[in-house]
Design a protein around this ligand. Structure first.
Ligand SMILES: [Ca+2]
Length: 524
């Protein structure tokens, strides 16, 4: 999980809305009457025109907040409502002027708790109404609540978000007159991307379109897969892989595969088709900076290997992809497992806050069985049956980065499960774009990955309006020594291929084609 901007706890509430009662009674208790016309407006057609309020902020029980810097003035309504036996806090922010007609909920912190205020500010700047919630898990910033209040895991089925989104839509209709014309979520990583898939799967009526980037919807395996990476390089003194050797390893991978796509640009278009054997770097003499010892070769092989359940052999997540090596430091570079994996093992697997890697070494059979207890699976949102969302005309754009150090195979696997479950026709409503060279989220600044500029909300808006699913997109890449360049990215499973002549910075010199067959390493 990442998204440090979700780290602030904010507890200023302009007003408590307990009078709204549970979500089952919220409509009856609202301080305004939903007319038939208003109900119709809630599902009204898209409009490019902006709107100004016809009601007052005070009338919603909110408080106006003045414009500051690039943040426009807005009406801030705070409250709490009872959902799943929890007091769920929320805030709804409504632009004081020039509302676009959009409602864009902000993704939650993965374990609830802090309100996503930074994300709400980003969304407010776009002119949308936004809403954020603590999921009823106030006072915690991680999974430690599970030790004392395990029942709150139920909140992570995301009904609290569903309830406050409905509240936001009604407040918008009351404030502006016409209701929302476009409801959309756009989130990357952290809890937000999980929220997107939870809404699409469980509450399809809440969104017209959705974007999930580098998503983390397989909670019971996410932390386990991170532990696999740490274990690969810490299971014995011989397996230790110094972070200082990663650039050397990365260069060897590039030497083997960068040019497979026809352009030597430090980016491997299709890592799945990259064949590189770590043993090629085996030290001929003693250990030195330009080679790998036998133990390090085995560790690197395990990093590239699909983690499997020790007893059943089932693939449990994805491996690190070829070309992602410069991003491995977070997972393998410290003296203890990555902080998310550590917290996950302590609170969700062993329910023991003193657990350490050396105290009880991982077992990738029993640990997974424990991880997938009846209570814990509440955090999974892996249902590939999106019929209800698709039937409503919903559009879902999935994006992954091939250099993500949170194994991107999870993104690919979910998409493939959706297609397998619903058939090829679902591609009119659900598409995946795997971006080569992208790490975790578009603006990721991790070593070796570039910044990606692309407006996914505009893409799904156009898709929803025209009904035409995108076959390809063009993204701008830049930063950290990368030349500013446009790149063609193709709808999965196609990959971008250089036509062989012309400027490599011109996407028209590339075409989308079916990739060469993937040769998977045999399971060990
Ligand atoms: Ca290349």
């Amino acid at each position: 999980m990442r998204r440090s901007w979700r780290s602030r706890v904010h507890q200023t509430w302009v007003r408590t809305f307990r009078e709204y009662g549970t979500h089952n009674t919220r409509v009856r208790n609202l301080p305004f009457v939903l007319s038939a016309a208003l109900v119709a407006a809630l599902a009204g057609p898209a409009s490019a025109q902006t709107r100004s309020p016809v009601g007052t902020c005070e009338g919603l029980g909110g408080q106006m907040v003045r414009a500051e810097g690039d943040l426009p003035a807005y009406c801030r309504v705070g409250g709490s409502t009872r959902v799943v036996n929890s007091d769920v806090k929320f805030e709804v922010w409504l632009p004081a002027e020039r509302w676009t007609g959009d409602v864009m909920p902000a993704g939650s912190s993965f374990w609830g708790g802090p309100l996503p205020l930074a994300r709400m500010r980003e969304i407010l700047r776009t002119g949308a109404v936004t809403v954020g919630t603590d999921l009823g898990i106030e006072g915690f910033t991680g999974p430690s609540f599970v030790l004392t209040q395990p029942g709150k895991l139920e909140n992570l089925k995301m009904e609290p978000l569903h309830v406050v989104v409905a509240r936001a839509r009604m407040l918008a209709a009351s404030f502006y007159g016409p209701g929302p014309t476009f409801s959309v979520m756009n989130e990357c990583g952290g809890g937000g991307s999980r929220d997107v898939l939870a809404m699409v799967q469980r509450f399809p009526e809440d969104l017209d379109a959705a974007v999930a980037v580098n998503f983390t919807n397989y909670g019971t395996r996410h932390g386990v897969s991170q532990m696999w990476l740490y274990d690969a390089t810490h299971r014995s003194p011989e397996a230790l892989l110094p972070v200082s050797k990663l650039p050397m390893l990365h260069q060897a991978v590039l030497d083997a595969c960068d040019n497979n796509d026809g352009v030597r640009d430090r980016v491997i278009e299709n890592p799945k088709a990259c064949h590189f054997e770590p043993s090629a770097l085996l030290c001929k003499g003693g250990d030195n900076a330009s080679c790998l010892t036998r133990g390090q070769v085995a560790a690197v092989e395990r990093m590239y290997e699909t983690p499997r359940h020790e007893r059943t052999g089932e693939a449990i997540y994805g491996p690190m992809e070829k070309g992602s090596e410069l991003g491995w430091g977070d997972m393998i570079g410290a003296n203890e497992p990555y902080r998310y994996a550590l917290a996950y093992y302590r609170n969700m697997i062993f329910r023991d806050p003193t657990w350490t890697y050396d105290k009880q070494r991982p077992n990738f059979g029993a640990d997974i069985d424990r991880s997938e207890s009846a209570a814990n699976v509440a955090i999974n949102h892996t249902n590939p049956d999106l019929r209800a969302f698709v039937k409503r005309g919903g559009k879902l754009l999935l994006v992954g980065g091939w250099k993500d150090d949170l194994p991107p195979q999870n993104v690919v696997s979910y998409y493939e499960n959706v297609v397998k479950t619903m058939g090829d026709g679902v591609r009119d409503s659900v598409r995946l774009f795997m971006v080569p060279g992208m790490h975790h989220c578009f603006g990721g600044t991790y070593p070796g990955a570039y910044k990606v500029d692309f407006d996914p909300v505009q893409a799904v808006r156009q898709w929803k309006t025209t009904g035409k699913a995108p076959d390809q997109i063009v993204v701008d890449t830049s930063g950290d020594g990368w030349p500013t360049r446009k790149r063609l990215v193709c709808a999965y499973p196609k990959v971008s291929a250089y036509k062989g002549r012309g400027d490599v910075g011109d996407p028209s010199n590339f075409t989308c084609r079916v990739p060469t067959p993937v040769r998977e390493a045999a399971p060990k």
